[in-house]
Design a protein around this ligand. Structure first.
Ligand SMILES: *[C@@H]1O[C@H](CO)[C@@H](O)[C@H](O)[C@H]1NC(C)=O
Ligand SMILES: *[C@@H]1O[C@H](CO)[C@@H](O)[C@H](O)[C@H]1NC(C)=O
Ligand SMILES: *[C@@H]1O[C@H](CO)[C@@H](O)[C@H](O)[C@H]1NC(C)=O
Ligand SMILES: *[C@@H]1O[C@H](CO)[C@@H](O)[C@H](O)[C@H]1NC(C)=O
Ligand SMILES: *[C@@H]1O[C@H](CO)[C@@H](O)[C@H](O)[C@H]1NC(C)=O
Length: 429
């Protein structure tokens, strides 16, 4: 009996050893030659709209951007309900990698929310240490399946193309915008001053405006980012909650501006954050390029340049019209060349600022100031440049005599009139 048992153990041990050796041989020699079918875990639904609502109806994703300027992370530009959204998770994946990495997002609602319940928000998603995710989904739980979640490609991982010098970010065109003449004049002024591209977050405009936009898209100047914010939220047309109590301020302007910063971070040397009825007008220099070269030389550490905003009421016209505008009268909209009277500064009130920024140094922006940046802020004096802003008056009771005549814009009259006329003709207006 004892003898038999010993024999059994011996055979069993030898067999086991042979099996172990065979397995390791197969593993080392044979397995590497059998193509491994790696499972693609990026099985969510590719998101291709600018605004993507999540299932909670409280979180709206704009886009994720790789950001390793301070900590290596994916920064997701979003809109969230500041009270209701307390917990979100980032689900990272890569199409040729059988791993999913889930990390908890830090939810950073921007401080400039102006009392609206929804605000521009950064979701800070820590990335996996040892691999580079290409996609991310956002979910309220770390549990469950990625399969039915919207899947976003992470942008800015590889800076591409050669950047232009100046890009104007127009945050939200809304209200069936139809101010054709002022739009074309602003566009031609931007071109004269040296713009590379104009990025417009478009909510709505008139059919005629659509035609004008198509012209500029074909010219390669305008890029349209669809901005259907009012399909998801009640959008205020004012910037403060008390003036228009809706879900989100001014058609989500602040979120659009922040998206514009990250979207163009490596596509443009400078970004100008202003509205369509505003033009940053150099006084001391002929164009934006020489202006910024000089300003940047004087302030090497500057990341943000602020320009004083001055109102030129569209209700106050020049008395003696030096130009012959008869051929523009059929075009709807304001003719800025007829508005060269500006409102004086108000006591106890500072004029708001508009900005030219180096996007690679900006972390978070608001409309009239940058909230977080790695660099100095420079207030550009009025004799160097200012913002020409032609709109309804802020001080409607002032008489013409109390306004200040300022014909800086007229310096460009010859080129501006010629170029605007040419464009209107080409569009068929
Ligand atoms: C989200 O909104 C949709 C459409 O308005 C509604 O059917 C759904 O019940 C909402 N979901 C939640 C979680 O509130
Ligand atoms: C996720 O699952 C774990 C383990 O089952 C559980 O402890 C945790 O509460 C779940 N988290 C959420 C947010 O559902
Ligand atoms: C404006 O017109 C001038 C003179 O006709 C022309 O040289 C220039 O290219 C035009 N500028 C733009 C930006 O189209
Ligand atoms: C103004 O322009 C129109 C159209 O080009 C022309 O018919 C008219 O004579 C011009 N008027 C003056 C005063 O130059
Ligand atoms: C129009 O521009 C020209 C050339 O830049 C200038 O000489 C002229 O004074 C301007 N016209 C007015 C009315 O300012």
């Amino acid at each position: 009996m004892v003898h038999h048992r010993k024999k059994f153990y011996l055979v069993a041990t030898i067999s086991l050893a042979i099996i172990v050796i065979m397995i390791s041989y197969i593993e080392r020699r044979i397995l590497p030659f059998i193509p491994l079918v790696k499972k693609n875990l990026c099985q969510g639904i590719p998101a291709d709209n600018t605004i993507t609502p999540l299932k909670d109806n409280r979180t709206f994703i704009i886009a994720p951007y790789f950001d390793n300027r301070k900590n290596k992370m994916t920064r997701v530009i979003a809109i969230v309900h500041h009270k209701d959204v307390k917990e979100l998770y980032c689900w990272f994946c890569h199409p040729s990698n059988d791993k999913i990495h889930i990390s908890k997002a830090e939810i950073d609602v921007h401080s400039d929310r102006f009392d609206f319940p929804y605000g521009a928000t950064d979701l800070h998603c820590p990335e996996p240490e040892d691999w580079e995710p290409h996609y991310v989904s956002i979910h309220w739980s770390p549990n469950g399946s990625i399969n039915h979640l919207p899947l976003f490609e992470i942008k800015n991982r590889e800076p591409e193309g050669s950047p232009v010098e100046f890009t104007v970010c127009i945050s939200t065109m809304f209200g069936e915008y139809n101010n054709i003449l002022q739009f074309v004049q602003s566009m031609e002024m931007y071109r004269i001053l040296g713009v590379g591209r104009v990025v417009i977050y478009k909510n709505s405009c008139s059919p005629l405006m659509e035609k004008v936009l198509d012209f500029y898209i074909a010219e390669g100047v305008v890029e349209i980012i669809p901005w259907p914010i009012d399909s998801y939220l009640k959008a205020a047309s004012r910037w403060r909650y008390s003036k228009d109590p809706k879900d989100i301020g001014y058609y989500g302007q602040i979120t659009a501006l922040n998206d514009c910063i990250y979207r163009n971070m490596y596509k443009s040397r400078y970004l100008m954050l202003n509205d369509m009825d505003e033009i940053i007008l150099p006084i001391k220099y002929a164009n934006w390029k020489t202006m910024m070269q000089n300003l940047q030389e004087q302030h090497p550490g500057a990341a943000v340049f602020l320009f004083e905003n001055h109102i030129f009421p569209k209700t106050v016209f020049t008395l003696n019209d030096p130009f012959n505008f008869s051929f523009w009268r059929v075009t709807p909209g304001v003719n800025i060349l007829q508005h060269i009277f500006r409102e004086p500064d108000r006591k106890h009130l500072v004029n708001p600022w508009k900005m030219i920024v180096n996007p690679r140094k900006v972390v978070q922006t608001s409309v009239h100031s940058v909230l977080q940046a790695d660099g100095d802020r420079v207030h550009v004096p009025m004799d160097v440049a200012f913002v020409y802003h032609c709109r309804t008056p802020l001080q409607p009771k002032l008489s013409r005599e109390s306004l200040i005549k300022d014909t800086t814009l007229w310096r460009y009259n010859v080129t501006l009139i010629r170029n605007v006329s040419k464009v209107l003709q080409q569009i068929g207006l």
